[in-house]
Design a protein around this ligand. Structure first.
Ligand SMILES: *[C@@H]1O[C@H](CO)[C@@H](O)[C@H](O)[C@H]1NC(C)=O
Ligand SMILES: *[C@@H]1O[C@H](CO)[C@@H](O)[C@H](O)[C@H]1NC(C)=O
Ligand SMILES: *[C@@H]1O[C@H](CO)[C@@H](O)[C@H](O)[C@H]1NC(C)=O
Ligand SMILES: *[C@@H]1O[C@H](CO)[C@@H](O)[C@H](O)[C@H]1NC(C)=O
Ligand SMILES: *[C@@H]1O[C@H](CO)[C@@H](O)[C@H](O)[C@H]1NC(C)=O
Ligand SMILES: *[C@@H]1O[C@H](CO)[C@@H](O)[C@H](O)[C@H]1NC(C)=O
Length: 767
């Protein structure tokens, strides 16, 4: 009895707090309009000019998203067309680059902070300029903050430390020019930190090492100097990108689980430490353009997952171990421009289509054309031991030289200064930045891939990390794509079963691309796809890009490597008649809820969401415990041609997006229908929908069309609930279709009702 009333209480409170989207509060609408004014009416907010309905209902586009809950705005993302494309900014507004001098950062943030329920805020490439005021912390519910590609300078406000809900902080491509604050460890939930391409100075903040949740840290292209601390406490860290800074310590202890470590173009010195040999997840290691010494340790080439190893432009000397064993996965090796001698081990000897090796600029006894004389490498070897006295001499010479130079310089500067003072000097010399403006790269897509709390929790579990496979590897796994390995062929491409070298059975989907993509573009898309981790999604192990020609720049086929599930798909189970195997109503609900959660995650768990997931009963696979997992999700991320959409009017694009969401709802409705009546013969769908849907209206009709297994194992109320939501999902009137949250809620409700009915029946039969 007690449990029943508890259940009623829970259901009641659910009903009361259902996130119905009512009219947005007028005050919130006003704030949005003010924000538009502050931002000087960016083109991405043009919809607001003409839209006189509820702003929460504006369909999201690439440039703008507004989402609401309980009458208030919870998500606001605006992308402008003012990417930072030069670096000569000195704190003053620049016509056509930044917002005008009327813009006041302070009052803008004051306005913004009145949207106090915001959980997601993205203001990208809008020309926002000025120092970021402390009051940004008033947005205390914020979980995701992205202010990339603006002209924000000064310090990262200390009060951000109070925004403890933050799990993603992205400030790339600005002009922050203070140190990285050391209070940052109070952000205990922070998972994704990206401060690339700023002018951040000072030491690497050691407090970062206390944020155990951190998975991705991008601090490249700054002026961070000094020592890189021991990072071994960051057990969840997968990516560390510190390229192009001024770090000048030795290599510290790194977390064992690191997958990508990029430290090129610093001043790191010393030998590569032994514990690098324990980094058995490591795939990409770039230590190029530093001052590392010693011979390259043999274990680096044989780390189990290593695919990319760049040690070029260091001061490494000595010989390579010979023979050397190289991991089969090792694809790119660059040891060029060091002082290595001896012979090249055979596994690095010749570049094959499997392995690209660069070793020029050393003193190897192979390939004399691109090697230095042995004396070039010997010189520096001797230098390490004998040169102390030489050094002293040099120092004396240097000091006396320096004094003369300083005197001359001072005179020169004095005269120059007198001349220049007459003109007005305004421009600072532009800082040279290797990467193009961050906004120009489609990696915005990636930067905005949002990890919702759920994904984050999962992140802590052992999620397989996506890696890239070589075409050769997959060719071998599928016996050269033999017919016997073909699992199926759908509209999106063929599906093969494969066995990897280590024995793992996988499913390999060959996605033919209708257009050529650049490797860069595709990598970004694959990255987004690989971030989609959910317990009810089939796990993606990795991918392989395959071009047709010899240029490595364009790709026309992508192979996706998925977890292989052995227990068939939902469709075959639904037609199962063997009594032990048939799915009772409660089993079906459990499977449907799992799948619905996965779809809800695909729509809302990442930005941009994935809305076209080819839902059908065939694509719901089951593992040995009959846990459902959705496959072939998110392929639109890979195949969608954003460029083409862009040239069409924004109007058609938004409605496209809306249609897609609706499409998932519709298709899921169809899955619900098949759960009720059993699989519908392919080709007969239309007739069924036309002729039989009406039967659901009467008890007799239901008895006729609903699967007998369902009829005998379901309670009236549970069944009615699902029938009613099914009808709404496949309604021909798109506006009548429910939101996915609604669908999920109704299914959970139906499952609860069913569970208590089953429990009651059980106690009846035992008493
Ligand atoms: C969205 O952004 C793209 C690229 O910057 C631009 O071409 C397009 O006009 C924008 N749409 C709106 C409605 O501002
Ligand atoms: C940061 O940049 C601004 C604008 O260029 C400048 O006024 C300020 O002095 C700089 N601050 C630091 C700490 O370098
Ligand atoms: C800035 O843009 C306006 C209008 O788009 C244009 O007339 C003007 O020449 C531009 N100025 C500069 C300095 O590019
Ligand atoms: C961190 O995230 C968890 C789960 O999303 C949440 O329950 C918790 O309140 C967050 N911690 C802080 C300090 O906000
Ligand atoms: C290795 O790094 C250097 C510079 O840091 C770069 O020029 C080179 O292309 C890289 N090698 C490979 C194979 O990517
Ligand atoms: C690294 O390799 C091991 C064994 O080969 C494998 O189990 C693991 O999943 C790989 N890790 C990644 C990140 O691919």
């Amino acid at each position: 009895m007690g449990s029943l009333s508890l259940f009623l209480f829970i259901s009641l409170s659910w009903i009361l707090f259902l996130p119905y989207t009512h009219q947005l509060q007028t005050s919130q609408t006003e704030i949005l309009l003010q924000i538009r004014k502050h931002l000087e009416f960016p083109s991405s907010l043009e919809v607001m000019n003409t839209f006189d309905g509820d702003l929460c209902n504006v369909s999201p586009s690439r440039n703008m998203t507004i989402a609401c809950q309980d009458n208030v705005v919870t998500e606001l993302i605006i992308k402008g067309d003012k990417p930072v494309n030069f670096r000569g900014f000195n704190g003053f507004p620049i016509p056509n680059q930044t917002l005008s001098e009327r813009f006041s950062m302070d009052s803008f943030v004051t306005t913004l902070s009145r949207l106090s329920s915001l959980r997601v805020l993205g203001l990208i490439s809008l020309g926002i300029w000025g120092p970021l005021p402390d009051k940004i912390h008033r947005l205390s519910s914020l979980e995701f903050l992205d202010l990339s590609s603006n002209f924000i300078y000064g310090q990262i406000p200390p009060k951000i430390s109070t925004m403890v809900q933050l799990y993603s902080l992205v400030l790339d491509g600005n002009f922050f020019n203070d140190t990285i604050p050391d209070w940052i460890d109070s952000l205990t939930n922070l998972t994704f930190l990206s401060l690339k391409s700023n002018r951040l100075k000072g030491q690497f903040p050691s407090s970062l090492c206390k944020i155990r949740t951190l998975a991705d840290v991008y601090l490249s292209h700054n002026e961070i100097s000094g020592e890189l601390p021991d990072l071994s406490t960051l057990a969840n860290l997968h990516v560390l990108d510190m390229r192009e800074n001024k770090l000048n310590s030795v290599l510290p202890v790194m977390p064992k689980g690191l997958v990508t470590l990029l430290l090129s173009k610093n001043a790191l010195s010393g030998e590569i430490p032994k514990h690098f040999g324990h980094m058995d997840q490591l795939q990409h290691l770039d230590l190029s353009s530093n001052r590392l010494t010693g011979p390259p340790p043999p274990f680096l080439f044989n780390l189990p997952n290593i695919t990319y190893l760049n040690l070029s432009s260091n001061m490494m000397s000595g010989t390579l171990e010979n023979p050397l064993s190289c991991s089969t996965k090792l694809g790119d090796v660059d040891i060029s421009d060091n002082k290595l001698t001896g012979t090249l081990p055979s596994c690095l000897g010749s570049s094959s289509d499997k392995r690209m090796v660069k070793f020029g600029g050393n003193c190897f006894a192979t390939d004399f054309q691109h090697q230095h004389e042995a004396s070039f490498c010997a010189e520096s070897l001797a230098g390490t031991g004998k040169s102390r006295r030489k050094e002293k001499l040099l120092i004396v010479a240097f000091i006396s030289g320096a004094i003369i130079v300083i005197v001359l310089l001072a005179l020169g500067v004095f005269f120059l200064y007198r001349r220049l003072c007459k003109r007005t000097v305004q421009e600072q010399p532009p800082k040279v930045v290797q990467e193009n403006s961050p906004a120009a790269v489609p990696s915005e897509l990636l930067a905005n891939a949002r990890f919702i709390s759920q994904a984050m929790k999962l992140g802590a579990q052992t999620v397989p990390v996506c890696r890239s496979f070589s075409f050769q590897e997959l060719k071998e796994a599928t016996k050269d794509f033999d017919k016997s390995m073909l699992l199926g062929e759908g509209s999106i491409g063929k599906l093969y079963k494969g066995k990897l070298e280590n024995g793992t059975i996988v499913a390999i989907r060959c996605l033919a691309l209708s257009k050529k993509y650049s490797v860069q573009n595709l990598k970004v898309r694959l990255d987004v796809l690989s971030k989609l981790h959910h317990p009810y999604l089939v796990g993606l192990f990795g991918h392989c890009m395959e071009g047709d020609g010899h240029d490595n720049l364009s790709v026309n086929q992508v192979l996706l490597v998925y977890e292989y599930l052995s227990n068939g798909n939902y469709r075959t189970l639904l037609s199962e008649t063997y009594p032990e195997k048939v799915l009772k109503w409660s089993d079906r609900l459990t499977i449907l809820i799992g799948v619905a959660k996965a779809i809800h995650f695909l729509h809302t768990g990442v930005i941009p969401g994935s809305f076209n997931n080819g839902l059908k009963t065939n694509n719901i696979l089951l593992d040995e415990h009959r846990i459902p997992k959705l496959s072939d999700y998110g392929t639109s991320i890979i195949t969608e041609e954003t460029e083409r959409h862009e040239t069409k009017g924004e109007g058609t694009k938004s409605s496209n997006r809306k249609n897609l969401v609706e499409n998932d709802v519709y298709n899921f409705g169809y899955i619900l229908l098949e759960s009720l009546v059993g699989p519908i013969v392919t080709g007969k769908e239309e007739t069924f929908l036309l002729n039989d849907m009406a039967s659901f209206g009467s008890t007799d009709g239901r008895r006729r069309i609903v699967d007998p297994v369902v009829l005998t194992t379901s309670s009236q109320e549970s069944l009615s609930r699902v029938i009613s939501i099914t009808k709404k999902c496949i309604s021909t009137d798109v506006a009548c279709r429910p939101s996915f949250e609604d669908v999920l809620w109704n299914l959970q409700y139906a499952a609860q009702v069913q569970a208590s009915a089953d429990a009651e029946q059980k106690s009846d039969s035992t008493s």
